[in-house]
Ligand binder design. Structure first.
Ligand SMILES: C[S@@+](CC[C@H](N)C(=O)[O-])C[C@H]1O[C@@H](n2cnc3c(N)ncnc32)[C@H](O)[C@@H]1O
Length: 274
């Protein structure tokens, strides 16, 4: 019998996030420095993609496990770790809402940068993160913020206007960018709100190509934007969506060289003391 399709997994395997991740390398490096990753720490990176944060964490000497729902990204992460001879970094498939292969209290840091926010069942995600973190350890999440004026929140807002309404009961990933939801979800997992802190942080997308080329990458490789274009094409609106995104990327581009792209995006950094 065939396994039923998991739409969450299918969404990310449909594209190839490595193409977008290639523009985020400097931000991944500087992020793991900022959060104090160091030698010997046991680190879990959830929704790790091909290792934007897992690989630099391993370069800092941590013992890193990357878990992602997309088989193609797990394979890409393992290839990167091998090419860089990082024997302290490995990637495996798994679902942030059900980490059944991982033991209780086994990581010093559980981080998830724009990763676990995309898993359905956010309360299970919070519970699983708390379960696998050592007492005295930390959970760190990076979550896009709904209605934020910067790049990714705007891509997701524009894309959703072209996509059919989600199935009933669907919880938007963007709710992870709202402090009250974060407090409620970790509260249900046994963490009092005094143990949770919030900060605004930034990731920058850099490419030597112009903004329209980056739009093209999102159109061809980023699951949520691919779905928006599929739906828009059916309604004859793909050109409109393309124009809206190109205008957004042009307007947000901070590169002095207009044939290159550098766009910063704001996110909510959540730190939970377990
Ligand atoms: C926007 S990408 C970010 C990837 C990576 N953290 C980075 O910064 O490059 C979102 C990632 O979350 C993963 N993901 C989505 N749902 C997941 C789930 N339920 N469990 C684990 N990973 C998931 C996707 O496969 C994808 O790699």
């Amino acid at each position: 019998m065939n396994n039923p399709v998991n739409p969450n997994k299918a969404l990310w395997e449909k594209g190839d996030f490595t193409r977008i991740a290639a523009t985020m390398r400097e931000s991944g490096e500087s992020f793991v420095h900022r959060i104090g990753i160091g030698p010997g720490m046991k680190v879990l990176d959830l929704g790790c993609g091909d290792g934007t944060t897992a690989v630099p964490a391993a370069k800092l000497g941590a013992e890193v496990l990357g878990v992602d729902i997309a088989a193609n990204l797990v394979a890409a992460g393992n290839r990167r770790a091998q090419e860089l001879a990082l024997s302290n970094c490995r990637f495996q498939e798994g679902d942030a809402a059900n980490l059944r292969d991982l033991r209780d209290q086994s990581f010093d840091v559980v981080m998830s940068i724009f990763g676990a926010m995309f898993a359905p069942r956010p309360h299970d995600v919070a519970k699983e993160k708390v379960r696998v973190t050592k007492r005295g350890g930390q959970i760190i999440m990076g979550n896009w913020i709904p209605n934020d004026p910067t790049l990714v929140a705007q891509i997701l807002r524009i894309s959703s206007a072209y996509t059919p309404p989600p199935p009933e009961g669907f919880v938007s990933p963007m709710t992870w960018g709202v402090e009250s939801h974060v407090v409620e979800r970790f509260g249900a997992a046994g963490i009092p709100k005094e143990k949770i802190t919030f900060a605004r942080d930034t990731f920058t997308f850099n490419t030597p190509r112009p903004p329209a080329a980056l739009v093209d990458d999102f159109r061809r490789y980023y699951g949520p934007t691919m779905n928006a274009f599929d739906a828009a094409e059916k309604n004859g609106k793909a050109g409109e969506l393309q124009k809206e995104l190109e205008a957004l990327f042009e307007q947000q581009n901070q590169s002095p060289n207009k044939s290159a792209t550098s766009i910063s995006a704001t996110f909510l950094r959540v730190t939970v003391e377990v």
